[in-house]
Design a protein around this ligand. Structure first.
Ligand code: PRX
Length: 653
């Protein structure tokens, strides 16, 4: 990674910058002096951020890193996370403020105030205690985006029980392995879920998953679709029967700052999913601090919407913990973005006057594919900050987002972080940073990131390498559940000499020293000794007017080491994918990046294989590109996609 690739340099020819308007800066939460303040005394800076929370007992030490790589933040401090997210706001006189504008996919809706949220969470906490749950126990939650999912998470937090949310689209096998790994005592689910306009079963999948699961004592079922479900006597309980009759009074107990808050499983490149462990005080501090500053959130004024699912870390930190700690009024939407029509998100923005919108590049590119005329039909003038997360955002999607959603004025924050980091790490600060399409730019004040070479030495401006986090941060993972060895090996062994956390991402500094994320290092190709990021080639492809979406993989090549193979989806009104169109795209990439990046092969496809979280599964595309039998497709959102791609290629379509 130390060598300079001319191809990588070309990605950085994206030189547009968008300084914040004076009016925005004048009212922004963040100010430029935060960086210097944090640099001068990091621990004092974080201590100040922790003051946003209510602590029952103040900490005696900000950071104890003597037990590295397992950090202790706000040592000796005690707090209740749910109290901080709920009761505190009611006590502060904001009980009538809407916490959640919940929008169901079929069109039903529910507004939940902070006072109501407090009652719901308290009832659920009483119910969980009545079942014998005590601090340190684990509860698995597999639910769609219904309010009870949030109540359940907060109720667990309130009584010191660890929740482990499993994305609703995961298979019974996936759920089971997670339940077993943490020995969950209780599983919470719904009868069914609405997906693309139809009710789909959920409870039956949970039943299948739990057959013979020894740790599970009870299954709590929320009624959502009303479909009939089998009930196992003695094990299954209806949420409404169990919870609704409970008292709405529940005294929150203070837990140690390092008390575990949740486990969230994330897939590694190999092996079984890793149960990422997060704890209380540091995590909540970083969640609240980043949400406040990165989104410029103003309590009681903004209407915020993060489109993630609570099954992912973004849903944990930027739907549940960060926003609620900051007394946010937010939209929570249950369904898919094109049900019942492709303007659904914009309709919701218009209706609720959403002012902060946080989504993923994959969805932005989908919106592009659907066409500019869709957002144009709605009044999006309430939007004032736009966020992006989950993958590098290509400059074209960034500009499209700015122009078509942000009226050419809303700052875009491209936020880099991971399940493991707990909260945002690298991002522009709206009102402070002149943004650059495609770059996450700088570590936030209080956070330290570096781009280093193979040996762990920091590269200079214009240099590329590996992204590392060289100083502990409050929201950092405290381990992999039940597997400390794997925790050390996965994150801390690559740069053990320096004690750096290895993020697994490739990155580069531009001439200004801003950071550009280049995708996972396992997705970086090596063609004739030149390192080329899949992201970079994809970005070039989607900058062509006929391309809606592209995925690029490095396929083994006897001459060049790896050759670039691209899978592209053309825009609806584009010419069909004949030889001429393909040739034009190859030339376009050569022109955008350099001849070295010219794909060996471009395959026009109808769909790309994506996980349920919207990530393209390059592994499967690599199988196709290398003429192998396609591997495990069980984590795909739609497993028939691979058949479609393979048969399309065979028939020459
Ligand atoms: O490769 C980076 C990419 O997503 C990875 C983390 O994935 P996950 O744990 O599922 O969390 C996603 C939501 C925080 C990272 O290692 N990634 C995330 N955000 C960005 C990104 N890559 C580039 N730019 C981003 N803004």
């Amino acid at each position: 990674m130390t060598e300079q690739s001319p191809a990588l340099d070309n990605l950085l020819t994206e030189s547009r910058t968008f300084p914040p308007s004076e009016a925005f800066s004048a009212q922004a939460n963040a100010t430029a002096d935060f960086y210097a303040e944090a640099d001068a005394d990091r621990e004092a800076f974080w201590a100040k951020q922790a003051e946003r929370l209510h602590w029952d007992t103040k900490w005696s030490q900000v950071l104890d890193w003597t037990t590295a790589p397992v950090a202790k933040w706000f040592v000796g401090g005690k707090l209740n996370v749910a109290y901080n997210c709920v009761d505190r706001h009611v006590d502060g006189g904001h009980g009538d403020q809407v916490a959640i504008h919940w929008v169901g996919e079929p069109g039903d809706s529910r507004d939940i105030t902070y006072a109501q949220l407090k009652d719901e969470v308290s009832r659920a906490a009483n119910a969980f205690e009545s079942l014998g749950l005590t601090a340190g126990d684990r509860v698995a939650i597999q639910m769609p985006m219904v309010p009870e999912a949030i109540f359940a998470m907060l109720a667990c937090a309130r009584i010191g029980v660890l929740h482990s949310v499993v994305f609703g689209g995961f298979s019974p096998t996936a759920l089971r392995s997670r339940v077993d790994d943490q020995a969950a005592k209780i599983v919470i689910t719904t009868d069914g879920q609405y997906r693309r306009g139809k009710a789909a079963p959920m409870k039956v999948n949970v039943d299948e998953a739990l057959e013979g699961a020894e740790s599970v004592e009870k299954v709590i079922v929320v009624r959502r679709t009303g479909d009939e479900v089998p009930i196992t006597e003695g094990r299954d309980l209806w949420w409404h029967e169990l919870v609704d009759s409970q008292s709405a009074e529940h005294a929150p107990q203070a837990f140690d700052s390092e008390h575990p808050l949740f486990i969230l499983y994330t897939s590694g490149t190999t092996g079984k999913p890793k149960g990422i462990l997060h704890t209380s005080g540091g995590y909540l501090t970083q969640a609240a601090y980043t949400h406040h500053n990165v989104f410029d959130h103003k309590a009681g004024e903004d209407v915020y919407w993060c489109t993630a699912d609570i099954g992912w870390i973004t849903g944990h930190t930027y739907i549940v913990y960060g926003p609620l700690a900051n007394r946010t009024t937010q939209v929570v939407y249950e369904g898919t973005p094109n049900t019942p029509h492709e303007g659904r998100h914009w309709e919701i923005v218009q209706q609720h006057k959403v002012s902060i919108y946080y989504t993923a590049p994959t969805l932005i590119r989908t919106f592009m594919k659907w066409g500019n005329e869709i957002p144009e039909k709605y009044d999006l003038s309430s939007l004032r900050v736009l966020g992006s997360v989950g993958e590098p955002i290509n400059p074209e999607a960034w500009i499209w987002y700015r122009e078509n959603v942000g009226a050419n004025s809303a700052p875009i924050v491209d936020t880099w972080w991971q399940t493991e980091t707990g909260g945002i790490m690298i991002s522009p600060l709206p009102g402070v940073t002149a943004t650059k399409p495609g770059s996450a730019q700088k570590a936030l004040p209080g956070i330290s990131a570096k781009v280093v070479d193979d040996q762990g030495a920091e590269v200079g401006k214009g240099g590329g390498g590996y992204l590392v986090l060289d100083k502990p941060w409050p929201g950092m993972l405290r381990g992999i559940w039940g597997d400390e060895q794997r925790f050390r090996e996965t994150y801390w062994s690559r740069f053990a000499d320096q004690g750096y956390y290895f993020a697994g991402d490739g990155a580069k500094y531009d001439a200004d020293g801003d950071i550009w994320l280049l995708g996972r290092v396992d997705d970086v190709m090596n063609v004739s000794g030149h390192r080329i990021s899949t992201t970079e080639v994809e970005s070039a492809l989607v900058s062509h007017p006929t391309v809606a979406e592209a995925a690029v993989v490095g396929a083994a090549d006897p001459t060049t080491g790896q050759g670039i193979v691209a899978f592209v989806i053309l825009r609806g009104n584009a010419v069909d994918g004949g030889e001429q169109a393909v040739q034009e795209l190859r030339n376009h990439v050569a022109k955008e990046i350099g001849p070295i990046a010219k794909p060996r092969q471009i395959l026009v496809v109808q769909e790309l294989p994506k996980t349920r979280s919207g990530k393209i599964m390059r592994r499967l595309l690599r199988d196709v590109a290398e003429n192998r039998q396609v591997g495990d497709v069980t984590t795909l959102a739609d497993s028939s996609v691979m058949d479609l791609i393979s048969s399309g290629l065979k028939s020459g379509k």
